[in-house]
Design a protein around this ligand. Structure first.
Ligand SMILES: Nc1ncnc2c1ncn2[C@@H]1O[C@H](COP(=O)(O)OP(=O)(O)OP(=O)(O)O)[C@@H](O)[C@H]1O
Length: 663
């Protein structure tokens, strides 16, 4: 059943987070009135400090409570909305029951991002009415065919008017007023990091392939990268002693001005691989931005598919640019646009954004593209799949954006399906380099993968057993549906397992709160949809549980990559329901064997029987690739370096209907 087809009388339970079995929610909030969260002082390893969003959230909640009520009432949407009130005013005991239950019906669905007509309660409001941001625009009204000149003006005026209205809010559409807490500026907070793990040095043994003409020589040390002084200092302060393979090869390629498509396993330092050479160039080029100008013209644009990920990239950029003239800025949905515009106006050399909000800023005339030298797509295969490809095409076709010859385009991911590689070629110069560290699309070998054959009705009990044995170790539980995320989180809370949840139907402040509660140990279990599958670098995540396996093998690789990062080891346990997950048996076996891990006999049997019965196995179509897609087309051409993997095949499934709304 689709998320939106909730039966009229179903009681919907939603979760903010359940952090302690002592005292009430009210107590929980009041305790932190000092402005600092008790839990933020330590992450259990003593290395992380951070700024609290707690009091601000509370203020936000108080300020918007009326609005949240006000946005309900249209459409069939049904409410999760009361969750907030029951959370904060709820009675003090039995927090699981009183805090997380709340039913609201008749929600104002707002206008769904992708043309869905209705949504549930508060969530509905947040996707519709609460969003005055670019996502909706990106996904809705600005698409379409050619417009004549006059028509363009007409549309432009109409769009400007709409933007203005949205920005100012209107009676039935409250504007997004959430302002994230100010970031801590002190050095310790900026450079907080976790330690590399015991397997960090094993990165050196990974096979690396660079294909394309004249690749520059790899560096072996950061000194060889000859980064400018301040950047070099910031690299050391970040605890980086030696570069990872993707950095050893990626940094000189980018510094040589080449376009790049880079594929390296999860958690192996791709972010720094693109940030360091870009920041270096901007620093030596005497980056200047127009302070307090209404039009900012960044030299680098970085896009990523989710708000949390782009924010993380921004924080990395801010860290490396610390104490220099380079000013990174981040824009993403769910946050007050005015707040972001005023931040932008203070100057911007590197702009990090989710596609919707970024396009919004461009269309509002706040961001000009004519000075763009670097265009970076992180999680590039996601940015170019069906969901985002039109946005990316629109972005590169936007007025002022230099053509691919006039800019440097850089793409990074842990997975690069062949179809996407072909598509990506439209954005890259023809002589781009393809860098493969290890097996393209392969899972991180530091993650021990286990599978449990389980029917859908016993998953909950199995999960409970699992998380109870994990104690306080940090665990991410992935589910397919947003509603399921709330149900499972509530279930675990009721079983006294401090749990929170993150998914695309939660307000931005709730998402940030959930991540903070998870990061700083208040809730060691985070139940998440695929919105948290890619890129998130959360310290000390020891376990990933796939309560539901994802529809695609690539998504599986990204999900389990939330643990076992940067040389640390981790565990992934997946519930395998033969009724629904059968199509994954073959690609999973392939992933397991490439990571040199044991294949459970029942999984091998299943894969074998599905292949011998004809199944939908298609030997010619991989849904994850192992090499530079140009090789097959241009045998005998000038490509250098040969990727060796080839024999593994996978089942090509039609992409599952996407439930999560992306940024
Ligand atoms: N050379 C290095 N030395 C020490 N730590 C590093 C180094 N490079 C990166 N890291 C750290 O490793 C962690 C993972 O890096 P990063 O998030 O860039 O991985 P990624 O390859 O982008 O992963 P994903 O595919 O999941 O997006 C981060 O905490 C980062 O600061």
């Amino acid at each position: 059943m689709d998320d939106w087809e909730e039966t009229e009388n179903a009681e919907v339970v939603s979760v903010i987070s359940c952090a302690s079995t002592e005292g009430s929610r009210e107590h929980f909030w009041k305790d932190d009135s000092s402005g600092k969260r008790a839990d933020e002082k330590s992450n259990g390893t003593g290395t992380i400090t951070g700024t609290s969003s707690f009091n601000q959230d509370w203020e936000f909640f108080k300020n918007t409570e009326g609005q949240q009520g006000g946005i309900r009432g249209r459409g069939r949407g049904r409410g999760f909305g009361r969750e907030n009130r029951s959370d904060f005013n709820g009675d003090s005991n039995g927090f699981c029951e009183s805090e997380f239950r709340g039913v609201s019906r008749g929600g104002h669905g707002g206008r769904g991002g992708r043309g869905r007509g209705f949504r549930r309660g508060t969530e509905g409001g947040s996707r519709g009415g609460f969003r005055e941001d670019g996502e909706q625009r990106g996904r809705g009204g600005f698409r379409g065919g050619y417009r004549g000149k006059g028509e363009n003006n007409f549309f432009q005026e109409k769009e400007n008017k709409e933007l203005k209205q949205r920005d100012e809010g209107s009676a039935d559409k409250p504007k997004v007023s959430y302002i994230p807490p100010a970031l801590a500026e002190d050095e310790n907070s900026v450079f907080a990091h976790y330690e590399t793990g015991i397997n960090f040095d094993k990165y050196d043994d990974i096979l690396v392939n660079v294909s394309g003409t004249n690749p520059p020589q790899a560096i072996m040390t950061f000194e060889e990268a000859a980064l400018c002084d301040s950047l070099s200092k910031n690299v050391s302060r970040s605890g980086y002693v030696k570069p990872t393979p993707v950095q050893k090869h990626g940094i000189p390629i980018i510094s040589a001005g080449r376009d790049l498509m880079a594929c390296a396993q999860t958690g192996s330092g791709k972010t720094a691989a693109f940030l360091l050479p870009i920041l270096h160039q901007l620093m030596i080029g005497g980056a200047s931005s127009s302070f307090f100008s209404e039009l900012q013209e960044p030299k680098a644009i970085i896009v990523a598919p989710t708000r949390e990920l782009i924010n993380q990239i921004f924080l990395e950029a801010r860290k490396f640019a610390y104490g220099t003239v380079v000013r990174p800025v981040v824009v993403y949905g769910g946050v007050s646009i005015r707040h972001q515009v005023s931040d932008l106006n203070k100057g911007c050399n590197v702009l990090c954004g989710t596609p919707g909000r970024l396009m919004d800023m461009i269309e509002r005339g706040k961001v000009g593209l004519s000075k763009v030298q670097y265009f970076v797509l992180d999680e590039a295969d996601r940015m170019l799949d069906m969901g985002f490809e039109p946005d990316m095409r629109r972005l590169v076709a936007s007025p002022g954006m230099p053509s691919r010859e006039g800019r440097q385009t850089l793409m990074f991911s842990a997975t690069f399906p062949e179809e996407i590689q072909k598509l990506a070629a439209d954005f890259l110069k023809p002589d781009y380099l393809f860098l493969a560290v290890g097996i393209v699309g392969g899972a991180c070998s530091d993650v021990e993968q286990t599978f449990i054959e389980v029917g859908k009705f016993s998953k909950r009990e199995q999960l409970l057993d699992l998380v109870k044995t994990c104690g306080n170790e940090r665990t991410i539980v992935f589910v397919e549906k947003k509603r399921q995320a709330d149900f499972i989180a509530t279930f675990l809370c009721q079983e006294n397992v401090p749990t929170t949840s993150i998914h695309g139907d939660r307000e931005q402040w709730q998402r940030e709160q959930a991540l903070a509660d998870f990061k700083y140990g208040k809730c060691p279990v985070l139940v998440a949809t695929s919105v948290a599958a890619r890129g998130l670098d959360i310290p000390d995540v020891q376990h990933v549980v796939n309560f539901d396996l994802p529809g695609s093998i690539d998504e599986y690789v990204h999900r389990i990559g939330r643990t076992g990062r940067c040389g640390n080891v981790g565990r992934a346990v997946s519930f395998f329901d033969t009724d629904v997950d059968g199509h994954l048996s073959r690609p999973l076996i392939s992933i397991l064997s490439k990571a040199q891990q044991e294949v459970p006999p029942w999984l091998a049997q299943l894969a074998f029987s599905s292949a011998s019965s004809g199944g939908n196995f298609n030997a010619n179509k991989n849904n994850f690739a192992f090499t530079d897609s140009r090789k097959g087309q241009q045998r005998g051409s000038s490509f250098q370096g040969n990727t060796v993997q080839s024999q593994v095949t996978a089942v090509l499934q039609p992409p599952p209907e996407e439930e999560e709304e992306w940024e």
